[in-house]
Design a binder for this molecule. Sequence first.
Ligand code: DC
Length: 223
Amino acid sequence: MSFNVAIDGPAGAGKSTVAKAVAKEMGLIYVDTGAMYRAMALFMLREGVDIKDRLKIAEKCTQADITIRYEDGVQVVYLNGENVNRYIRTEEVGEAASVISPVAKVRENMVRLQKALAAQSDCIMDGRDIGTCVLPGAQLKIYLTASSDVRAKRRYDELTAKGQSCNLQQIKEDIEDRDYRDMHREISPLKQAEDAVLVDTSHMSQEEVIDEIKKRCGQAREK
Ligand code: DC
């Protein structure tokens, strides 16, 4: 049986940074499920589909073949055969992913793919519904969060470091909108699984968070 770690939490909590670092040190594959929803959103944007039109999204999503491969240890997302890693990290695509992800037909395919990846390999998977829906039997579940002020400030620092101009208040509002959507959708809303460990990173450094999760991974593996 493979060893699976589930990390869920709101946008900007630091899930991917932490999961990537822990995966490397613990010899696990890192599965970024948000990237799959982002690839689907990119497909809809490119096709000019109104992302609020759920019927259209459900109809169109069967035309997007999304697969994941690992190249030099890095997750590469393919959309209809094209490596789309470099197009899916924008705010626009992240927002669109949050808008289209409640559509049942979109989730069905993604969840099937995610379950298959986890069955094949020891992995750490992050997203919104991993502990509650995709991997209910994961040996370790973490719910990683931080206040919206802290998450907005981290995002602001990241963007300004890249030389992009941005507005802290606007970033905070976008994050809160996204939280609301992700937590209040009908299917697989973001919530802490009953058996998940809550890690609030508001007052923790990145190193402290990584150490904490590594420690818990080690303990879960020994069980
Ligand atoms: O983690 P992220 O920002 O890359 O995710 C983008 C959006 O995708 C997120 O706002 C909601 C959706 N998502 C989801 O519904 N289920 C997941 N397991 C991962 C992401």
